[in-house]
Write a protein that binds this ligand. Structure first.
Ligand code: COI
Length: 386
């Protein structure tokens, strides 16, 4: 196991290799069930804390790396979630008539576990994911686990897969909670059974650019969300509709797509997988969440950190034209963390932004990840040690 003392100095920051260059510059219920794991049921045995899975930790991207265990909990629509268990990670079996497969009655979440220098593992605001899932479940007419059940399941999943939590500075263990209508039916209605699953995968940076600035294309033909729709919750059905616009943008060399609202087609909403912020002077602005824009947990945390640094943060409708006056633009999300935007192209016009050393986005990134990794004192009480 990596032994370090708790005092982080510049040299130890440099040592956190993946982010190092940046840091060095800053400091069952057993309801009749239509879903069954077809993999081996698990008797979970705790592995030694010192043991790491056999993986090249230096090259983590965002591809799925299957880990040892996943958590499964089910309930019928006449009960509440009450009892879940760890299973060996593997395929699941589901009725072709399940609500999720036919009518997309499903939600997902994403959160990360970081290994500290002393070997202990930190979660970042898991109760926020639990609450967001509960809100989403209400919108999608689903039963959901309680906050305590959710957080407990996350902890169990991390501990069971602890050898897959990357070494400090090499990445994190991404947890993917799923809630789905797993019961079989035919007519359009809430499913008669719900399944909650958490699986895990070690990850590094989300975009192929790594920590380098990304290049976005504003998309004003396809939309990811509409008024009265589900853009403000983490419905699985919000994500496939972005793929076509994303594929077109990627084929032209862009990293990703920035969507505008479907009504005026003139206000910023979200990038395919993350929230967006613009900076002008000492003011940071981001679109309002809840209706068409997802209330991101990283977004919320960055707002607090930025205010703490003395920036004025405004949550408001942002006309596309403001992209042409901004000093910086950056994206936030669990997967992307804080991604600097190097350029945005809108109707053939390209604008470039400040990134890198001395940029505000880098300062926010380093502060957020410092807290998440246990390198900076967590004055906000955001991290949860397992
Ligand atoms: C996350 O940031 O966890 C997300 O849900 C984005 C996902 C599309 C990778």
């Amino acid at each position: 196991m990596l032994q370090r003392n708790n005092c982080i100095n510049l040299r130890s920051l440099i040592f956190f290799s993946r982010y190092g260059s940046s840091f060095s510059k800053f400091f069952t219920s057993q309801a009749a069930s239509s879903l069954q794991p077809v993999c081996e049921p698990a008797t979970y045995s705790n592995r030694g804390d010192d043991e790491y899975a056999d993986l090249n930790w230096d090259n983590l991207g965002y591809g799925l790396v299957p880990t040892d265990y996943m958590y499964i909990m089910k309930c019928s629509d006449k009960e509440k979630f009450s009892h879940g268990e760890l299973n060996r990670f593997g395929n699941i079996e589901m009725s072709p008539a399940s609500g999720v497969l036919n009518y997309a009655q499903g939600l997902f979440e994403g959160l990360k576990a970081y290994r500290k220098e002393d070997g202990r593992v930190l979660l970042f605001r898991p109760e926020q994911n639990a609450m967001r899932m509960m809100m989403g479940a209400e919108r999608m007419c689903m039963l959901s686990p309680s906050v305590d059940q959710f957080v407990d399941a996350v902890k169990q999943t991390v501990l069971a897969n602890k050898r897959w939590v990357p070494p400090p500075g090499k990445g994190s263990l991404y947890l993917r909670p799923l809630l789905m209508g797993s019961g079989a039916m035919l007519g359009l209605a809430p499913a008669p059974e719900y399944t909650f699953i958490i699986f895990a995968s070690p990850v590094g940076t989300y975009f192929k650019e790594g920590l380098a600035p990304i290049n976005l294309l504003v998309e004003d033909e396809f939309h990811r969300a509409t008024l009265g729709g589900t853009g403000g919750v983490k419905a699985i059905s919000n994500y496939a509709p972005v793929l076509k616009a994303q594929a077109q943008a990627k084929s032209k060399g862009f990293t990703d797509v920035l969507f505008v609202d479907s009504k005026t087609k003139n206000h910023l909403e979200e990038v395919a997988s993350c929230n967006i912020f613009i900076l002008k002077g000492k003011t940071i602005s981001t679109p309002v969440t809840g209706v068409t824009v997802l209330p991101g947990i990283t977004r919320k945390s960055i707002i607090d950190i930025a205010r703490d640094y003395g920036y004025q943060v405004e949550e408001r409708p942002i006309p596309v034209e403001e992209l042409f006056e901004a000093d910086e633009v950056f994206c936030t999300g669990t997967a992307v963390v804080v991604a600097p935007v190097g350029s945005i192209t809108y109707q053939g016009k390209r604008v470039e932004y400040r990134t890198g050393d001395g940029s505000v986005s880098q300062k926010l990134y380093l502060t957020l990840t410092g807290i998440q990794m246990g390198l900076i004192e967590d004055k906000m009480g955001w991290t949860v040690e397992i």
